[in-house]
Design a protein around this ligand. Structure first.
Ligand code: BTN
Length: 277
């Protein structure tokens, strides 16, 4: 199957014609090439861009993944988009809002894919988008930290839409997939992006009114990590193994550690999770 290049369809006009949102994507900057849409969106946020402002690019020259990895970002095939979310209310609300933004945003992307493609990916905690064990996309969330006017989170979404996995760099080839590879047809990136922005606005609205129990239930239904044997690598090099049991009210992954290690339950708030067979 040839990779479809729908570059001429990914325009602000095409995306906005398909939007059903109040705010998300109504301010949309779409550029042919950029180092990283996350960096550009963060600059716009610091200049005061409103909630729901989005930056998308046809190609990234320095696309960034989680944990300092690069994000393969060729032109004309996939989606690279970053959306600005602003802390909604009082400082007390921040403690619930901040950890759930990445997780509910990941759900938004999964729901959008289900609407557009008709199949439902799963999530590897915290926000890797998988089909079976292959990576379809991921989210990189970066925040300003508390500041006057409230914390800002930039949610960066990378989604393999029309790429052929065999064209990926060797180290990514085996573990990656795309919507087109899964469906056997190409997808209109404008429609995929507009649907993601619709779902992101919905998720952001739920975050305002919701309670942690509801978020835990919703996220758990999409999370392929639960019930799996996992290895978690922390940024400082520590590693633990065990079984992923549940999601906490703060979005943490609860792991029953192996006896050989410290034993007992551990709440993981950040780190890289590998699903072991
Ligand atoms: C991951 O490591 O799984 C997260 C990948 C996030 C990639 C996206 S592409 C759009 C945005 N801009 C970036 O530089 N990174 C994110």
């Amino acid at each position: 199957m040839a990779a479809s290049t729908d570059a001429h369809h990914l325009t602000v006009k095409a995306v906005q014609a398909l939007l059903h949102t109040r705010a998300f994507g109504r301010m949309l900057r779409l550029v042919p090439e950029i180092p990283s849409t996350n960096s550009a969106a963060m600059s716009l946020a610091l200049e005061g861009a409103p909630q729901g402002t989005a930056v998308a690019a046809d190609k990234q020259t320095a696309g960034r993944g989680r944990l300092g990895r690069r994000w393969f970002s060729p032109a004309g095939e996939n989606l690279y988009c970053s959306v600005i979310l602003r802390q909604p209310r009082s400082p007390e609300h921040l403690g619930l809002w901040l950890p759930w933004v990445p997780l509910l945003s990941a759900i938004a992307v999964v729901r959008a894919i289900e609407r557009v493609a008709g199949f439902r990916p799963s999530l590897k905690w915290p926000n890797d988008i998988l089909i079976d064990r292959q990576k379809l996309g991921g989210l990189l969330c970066e925040s300003t930290g508390p500041r006057t006017g409230g914390t800002v989170v930039v949610v960066g979404i990378g989604l393999n839409v029309n790429s052929r996995p065999e064209t990926f760099p060797a180290d990514l080839r085996d573990g990656s997939t795309s919507l087109a590879a899964e469906a056997g047809r190409s997808f209109d990136r404008a429609l995929v992006l507009a649907t993601i922005l619709d779902e992101m606005e919905d998720a952001s609205d739920r975050l305002l009114g919701g309670a942690p129990e509801g978020f835990v239930r919703e996220y758990s239904a999409f999370c392929a990590t639960l019930g799996q044997r996992v290895r978690v690598s922390h940024a400082d090099g520590r590693m633990i193994e065990g079984v992923a049991l549940s999601i906490g009210p703060d979005g943490a992954l609860h792991i029953a550690q192996d006896e050989s290690e410290a034993g007992g339950m551990l709440a993981v708030h950040a780190g890289d999770v590998i699903h072991l067979r």
